[in-house]
Design a binder for this molecule. Sequence first.
Ligand code: FPP
Length: 235
Amino acid sequence: MDNNIIIPKHIGIIMDGNGRWAKKRMLPRNMGHKKGAEVFQDITRYCNELGLESVTFYAFSTENWKRPVEEVNGIMSLLKEYLIKAFDYEKENNRVVFLGDKSAFSGELLELMLDIEEKTKDRKGMTLNIALNYGARNEIVHATKAIAQMVKNGEIAVEDINEELISNNLYTKGQPDPDFILRPSGEKRISNFLLWQIAYSEFVYMDVLWPDFTRKDLDAAIIEFNKRNRRFGGV
Ligand code: FPP
């Protein structure tokens, strides 16, 4: 990529279009997720190479449980597969963080999530956030309860509640807010993704379906982001 291009610190990615990709090929929807998981791995590596501080992938929302059970099971087994085998977290220098309510998970997947978070917590490379059973409203409720508990315990006063305290009680605590949110597949919705963190983020929508998404598409998104003139409310 051109040397004059500013590489963002944090990109949030809504991996969308897996179902449509499969449908176009008369394949079961889970084949779209399978290809989507391969793209997730490649784009993660590319984000590492580009030197991002954080990248966040929306893998499974609090609403996605409404999908047919075979599809939910298919996504969960892909997750296990990619966390165990394909994503060699032992060799990468990434800190892996799961954003979302973990109480919905149990057994092997939960153990794997906790193990990966623990083993990678001191790593100095890019933070790879995987949003699983994630919903931004749910995240804000979770933070609000934690803060209310601190007030109740007498650890803080109501007057101590400020934006920084709220940010520090979100799943993304300590990370920069996303510079831009990328949504492939032509949809132009935010779908309950990082609502607090995107206050000043740009949105980049692309027509490509996630399973067809390439490193070149990410370059194009970063170039588009560079064309935006961010003023953060100033002039
Ligand atoms: C949205 O496309 C995609 C999902 C709800 C699941 C994303 C999951 C993966 C890519 C696989 C596992 C993830 C990792 C991190 C290994 P859609 O099904 O809503 O597509 P559609 O809008 O075309 O139907």
